[in-house]
Design a protein around this ligand. Structure first.
Ligand code: ATP
Ligand code: MG
Length: 397
């Protein structure tokens, strides 16, 4: 019953000269997300993107239902609606509405609340928005028992017929779905997310993709001190995150040699900060080698010893590269809600040992000044070579 899906965006529309690039990126992403799901052409006309069948036939109910979850992953889309695209001609609009009525009203309870919302950007159209609305209510009443629907002009109407009259064509639709918002992934440079099996870092990766940056991942383990399940879990999370973007690579890094050197040479209470500084150094190396422009972590201020303000600062100063921390100011419950919404929570909940806990002190220092961390690192023989070996021996998936 629908011959197109209309996609609306918001932030992209505010992008003066770059708007074209953002729109093209969104069109490419929609094509990729719908590949293998339906045959489609993705087109754009001033401020709107729509999807139609290459043979211009209507999509079946099943095809529309299959497209919805894919479009819900298209960053940049604010809302979308399966719609009928018709000529901007009142007679054609009326006829199309009448053809849609049986399918939409069928199977509804006895009385249904209903309204029409019309908008026209085509100012030469003979009817004004209000007149279009009245015209279409009578069109519905002409083919559907008027005692079975009640007009309700408020937002809580059970059925809303949307009608947009534009210069090139008009659109008619009943359902509007929410997209994820943000900017199309690929419209900003690639980044590298430090991905653990926890709740926060998958959410951080998602939020950065939502701002347009595709991401690769680096994950640290301490095999055989951490089990196979630790890396299996991260692989599963990375694969899930990749459903939102074009496949990002996962770098699996064994930190154990470094952790042993810290255990044997450094003060126990400083281990956490020293591990983290090494993690950032390794991640920065891999990111530079692979063309990623920033690192991303799931740090949240004050959450654990490594995330006190002083320790975050001391850790951060190990490297020069920009570190993005999209959940730094979030309440944990909000991060959990996002993790549920994007489908990573159930993957993170499965508890497995984390690399950071290997030889971890029972009471890590929550305030390590930079000079102390730097002094302590001088006690590790062959620090740079250890990092070189660890980077070189990583596994890339
Ligand atoms: P998460 O829920 O993401 O694990 P967390 O609350 O457990 O975060 P930490 O374990 O202190 O917090 O980690 C802070 C951040 O450091 C993580 O969000 C992640 O970006 C990075 N990180 C920690 N452990 C690892 C690891 N084993 N591999 C890669 N990155 C890690
Ligand atoms: Mg963790």
């Amino acid at each position: 019953m629908y011959n197109c899906i209309i996609c609306r965006y918001h932030e992209i529309a505010t992008k003066g000269n770059n708007r074209n690039m953002f729109e093209r990126c969104l069109v490419d992403n929609i094509r990729r997300l719908l590949k293998g799901i339906v045959d489609c052409k993705v087109l754009r006309v001033r401020g709107r993107i729509w999807i139609e069948h290459p043979e211009k036939r209507n999509y079946t109910q099943e095809e529309v239902e299959n497209m919805i979850p894919a479009l819900e992953k298209a960053f940049g889309i604010e809302t979308f609606s399966p719609a009928m695209r018709v000529d901007s001609d009142m007679e054609a609009i009326r006829k199309t509405v009448i053809s849609m009525v049986p399918r939409v009203f069928e199977g509804r309870p006895d009385t249904v609340t209903f309204r029409v919302r019309a908008r026209r950007s085509n100012k030469s159209f003979p009817l004004q928005s209000k007149e279009i609305e009245i015209d279409l209510v009578s069109a519905v009443a002409s083919c559907f028992d008027h005692r079975r629907f009640k007009l309700n002009l408020n937002d809580d109407a059970e059925l809303t017929l949307g009608c947009e009259v534009r210069d090139e064509f008009s659109l008619l639709y009943f359902d509007t779905y929410e997209g994820p918002g943000g900017l199309p992934v690929g419209s900003n440079p690639r980044v590298m997310t430090l991905l653990s099996g926890g709740i926060d870092s998958p959410v951080a990766a998602y939020l950065i993709m939502k701002r347009g940056s595709p991401t690769d991942y680096v994950s640290f383990h301490s095999f055989p001190y951490t089990p196979e399940e630790t890396t299996e879990k991260v692989k599963t999370i990375a694969a899930h995150l990749n459903t939102f973007q074009q496949a990002g690579k996962l770098h699996l890094v064994n930190l154990l040699e470094f952790q042993k050197a810290v255990r044997d040479n450094c003060s126990e209470r400083l281990r956490t900060v020293l591990y983290r500084r090494a993690m950032l150094r390794i991640a920065e190396r891999i990111a530079s080698e692979t063309g990623c422009r920033a690192l991303v972590t799931g740090d949240a201020l004050g959450q654990v010893a490594s995330q006190t303000l002083v320790n975050m600062d001391t850790i951060n100063r190990a490297i020069d590269m920009l570190v993005l921390r999209p959940v730094v100011g979030e309440d944990k419950l909000d991060t959990i809600a996002t993790a549920r919404k994007i489908g990573t929570m159930e993957l993170s909940e499965n508890q497995v040992p984390d690399s950071c806990t290997v030889f971890a002190p029972s009471s890590p220092s929550t305030s390590v000044p930079l000079v102390i961390a730097e002094k302590e690192e001088l006690l590790i023989p062959g620090y740079a070579e250890i990092i070189d070996r660890i980077v070189a021996s990583r596994e890339i998936i």
